[in-house]
Design a protein around this ligand. Structure first.
Ligand code: BTN
Length: 312
């Protein structure tokens, strides 16, 4: 009801009468009034008078009813510990494919390699539950598809030259705009669910705690619509994975890559590998050519670019 009511209010520059709304939504005036009041309490500025209703402004909050085509799949929380934890519980309880858990802020946002992901209001923090019928060996195709689609979405929405750092960070120049986390559970080699968690610095300012990060607002000098950004990303990602073409995804990843061709150091808790990043394979593993021309394939780790003057 709220999504239809908002669509009608947005279709009209001027006031729309309660009678028209009642007729178009096939409900009572009291029901309309209750929904208007609820929307007002959520931050929608709606002028109400004897002549009808006029939507003055919307809060740019990703409420489920802002996604009319997938409203039932969207779960929005003003504040939770981590969308990864909530999504994992929902997935274990059998939630449908492409359920999305969104938080306005996270009190225990998780980053890769057990780091903290600071999640102040103004960013976008969400986890998508996927249920592809694939073997475990193909899981990494999904975060790579997500990073390619996200990079494209950010480029289109903000008009900036975003790039992808291996494996799935989105950068602007050297600074991190977005990070991605992937968790999965499987039964006898078959995937039960793959959860993809994405944090995008949109209108927050991450720099006090993460000096090497940036946000779309700090880059552009003005806020960027989070609801439209998320809507565009979800629609494009949903379409991409309905007919996933891993080769095309990897080609697009390569052309947006900030890593290939660079000298890099890949660090894991166990070891560090240095060399020139020359390729990624179809599963997203990075191929490094070491000093002695030996090719090393790395599966995970932190990727640091080695400045050319220090390269050996
Ligand atoms: C990284 O680059 O270290 C990965 C960051 C992933 C952050 C997102 S925000 C939404 C989801 N919930 C979390 O707790 N983490 C991921």
């Amino acid at each position: 009801m709220k999504s239809k009511l908002l669509a009608l209010l947005r279709s009209q520059e001027d006031r729309i009468s309660g009678e028209t709304l009642r007729y178009r939504l096939n409900t009572s005036r009291v029901t309309i009034w209750n929904h208007i009041q609820k929307l007002q309490s959520l931050g929608y500025q709606i002028e109400a008078s004897g002549k009808g209703y006029r939507l003055v402004s919307s809060p740019d909050t990703p409420y489920p009813f802002e996604f009319p085509d997938r409203e039932d799949q969207i779960h929005y929380y003003p504040s939770i510990d981590s969308t990864m934890a909530t999504a994992k519980q929902m997935a274990r309880n059998g939630c449908p494919h492409f359920s999305v858990v969104i938080a306005e802020e996270q009190t225990r946002g998780k980053g890769r390699l057990k780091r903290t992901w600071f999640s102040d209001p103004g960013g976008l923090y969400f986890t998508i539950v996927l249920r592809p019928e694939i073997p475990v060996t193909q899981v990494m195709r999904y975060p790579f598809a997500a990073s390619v689609v996200l990079c494209r979405t950010i480029r289109n929405a903000a008009g900036i030259d975003a790039t992808i750092k291996w494996p799935n960070d989105i950068l602007f120049g050297e600074r991190k705009l977005s990070g991605m986390l992937c968790e999965m559970e499987a039964e006898t080699e078959q995937v039960s669910f793959v959860n993809i968690g994405i944090g995008i610095n949109v209108n927050n300012d991450p720099t006090p705690r993460e000096p090497r990060a940036c946000s779309l607002r700090t880059i552009l000098g003005h806020p960027v619509g989070r609801v439209s950004l998320l809507r565009e990303f979800l629609d494009a990602f949903d379409m991409t994975i309905q007919r996933l073409h891993p080769e095309a995804i990897m080609e697009e990843w390569k052309s947006a890559s900030a890593t290939l061709g660079k000298r890099v150091r890949i660090v894991t808790p166990q070891q560090a590998t240095e060399g020139k990043a020359i390729d990624i394979d179809s599963n997203g593993n990075l191929v490094i050519e070491q000093e002695n021309h030996h090719l090393e394939t790395v599966f995970y780790g932190d990727c640091f670019e080695i400045p050319t003057e220090n390269a050996r």
